[in-house]
Design a protein around this ligand. Structure first.
Ligand code: I22
Ligand code: ZN
Length: 197
């Protein structure tokens, strides 16, 4: 197998994962979009967290809510909890890295808000702590996960939504997470602006 074969294999695996996700995920994505829309129309906000590539996804999602996705519309209140390096480093330095999102959820979160927690493994301690904090503050959770959902999946209740990508590879899971985020933005825009399917 040469290097180009490896590239072709990556594309093939990506297509396979996207097809499996297209078969499995639409009901959960629709539910998550409706829950987000309900919270936003009720005057609530969205907090988003993730590590590494998923931190970038959190920021990507927040920017499309606050500014725009494909259409001009009023901005929607969403905050990526991954961006304020002073807050992040002081919490990690003075308390613990596991608390970097949880503390922000406790301080910024109010009942009725939504926490979007992104973790391909469902095992990152700071994401698990953020979900505990969301529970305490009465936030609903929308979790973007992969693999077997990890301990994260066990923390969710009936009120929450898990969108679990059917793959074992972090990169493939992240690629589908971006499609999920764009689908959520699309469904929210369509319903807010009355765009017919
Ligand atoms: O982007 C990638 C890999 O594609 C990495 O930066 C990856 O996001 C990091 O290893 C994360 O720490 C993984 O965390 P998680 O998805 O298991 O919660
Ligand atoms: Zn990556």
């Amino acid at each position: 197998m040469n290097l180009q074969d490896i590239i072709r294999q990556t594309f093939a695996e990506t297509l396979e994962t996207h097809q499996a996700a297209a078969d499995a995920l639409p009901p959960a994505i629709e539910l998550a979009a409706n829950n987000l829309l309900g919270a936003l129309l009720g005057g609530h906000k969205v907090l988003i967290c993730g590590n590494g590539g998923s931190a970038a996804d959190a920021q990507h999602f927040a920017s499309e809510m606050v500014n725009r996705f494909e259409h001009d519309r009023p901005g929607l209140p969403a905050i990526a909890l991954t961006t304020d390096t002073s807050t992040l480093t002081s919490i990690a330095n003075d308390d613990a890295f596991e608390q970097i999102f949880a503390r922000q959820v406790r301080v910024l979160g109010q009942g009725g808000d939504v926490l979007v927690a992104i973790s391909t493994s469902g095992r990152s301690p700071n994401i698990l702590e953020a979900i505990h904090a969301a529970r305490e503050r009465d936030l609903q959770v929308i979790a973007l996960t992969g693999r077997d959902g990890g301990p994260l999946a066990e923390l969710l209740t009936e009120r929450d939504v898990e969108i679990r990508v059917p793959s074992e590879r972090t990169a493939r899971i992240q690629e589908v997470h971006l499609v999920v985020i764009h689908s959520l933005c699309d469904l929210i825009d369509r319903q807010l602006l009355g765009i017919r399917p």
